[in-house]
Design a protein around this ligand. Structure first.
Ligand SMILES: CC(C)(COP(=O)(O)OP(=O)(O)OC[C@H]1O[C@@H](n2cnc3c(N)ncnc32)[C@H](O)[C@@H]1OP(=O)(O)O)[C@@H](O)C(=O)NCCC(=O)NCCS
Length: 180
């Protein structure tokens, strides 16, 4: 089981509730620059964020994933999300942040808090993540938190903002550290 709330130097990571829909929609999910490299389309209405939260709640209840909303302490508003999807002995890391919070080390700080928690989950032996081949900013975050470059997964997945074709993705990963 993972904690509902995590505090880092500048951030609060907390479990989402349905009341967060408007903040998610307004603060980042409706921004096409945020969703450009994501596997979900830009939210066009509040209802999209509500559906997203509903799906998230059900998936978290089934234990398939854990996702936290990211709040910047200084801003005191929802500014992104980070989470892991669990599949067998693997966890896949994903994250997104409001544009105004980019480039300040925020995602790295959030992910550095989440990675050790992943190893607290029994049975998880591997942490992986993919990002689009052009998305070097995200690749850099993965390197900074200790994931190693594995290779390119050709025709891996559709990113709605980039069209209907499956995109090539960079794959990063790390195995459970010895002794943990
Ligand atoms: C990708 C994203 C999560 C990065 O978050 P962030 O908080 O800006 O990341 P950080 O500040 O922790 O680190 C970014 C790093 O990338 C570097 N960087 C920025 N632009 C870059 C570029 N064009 N090429 C290579 N590196 C770049 C930064 O210099 C920094 O590295 P450094 O600390 O060594 O200088 C954020 O931009 C985002 O949410 N984007 C939209 C959603 C998204 O794409 N999610 C990921 C899907 S795979």
């Amino acid at each position: 089981m993972l904690p509902d709330r995590i505090e880092t130097q500048r951030l609060i990571l907390r479990r989402p509730t349905m009341a967060d829909a408007r903040s998610i929609f307004e603060n980042y999910a409706s921004n096409p620059r945020v969703t450009r490299y994501l596997c979900w389309p830009t939210h066009r209405s509040l209802a999209d964020a509500e559906r997203f939260l509903q799906m998230l709640e059900e998936s978290m209840r089934r234990g398939e994933q854990f996702t936290w909303l990211i709040e910047h302490r200084a801003q005191r508003k929802v500014g992104g999300s980070i989470g892991v999807v669990l599949q067998g002995n693997r966890a896949a890391l994903g994250y997104c942040l409001a544009e105004e919070l980019w480039g300040q080390g925020n995602t790295t700080e959030a992910a550095q808090a989440v990675v050790p928690l992943v190893w607290s989950l029994p049975g998880v032996e591997r942490l992986e993540a993919v990002c689009h081949v052009e998305h070097l900013r995200s690749a850099r975050v993965l390197e900074k938190i200790g994931l190693r470059y594995i290779g390119i997964d050709r025709h891996h997945s559709v990113l709605p903002a980039l069209g209907r074709h499956r995109q090539d993705m960079l794959r990063y990963g790390v195995s459970r550290p010895a002794g943990i």
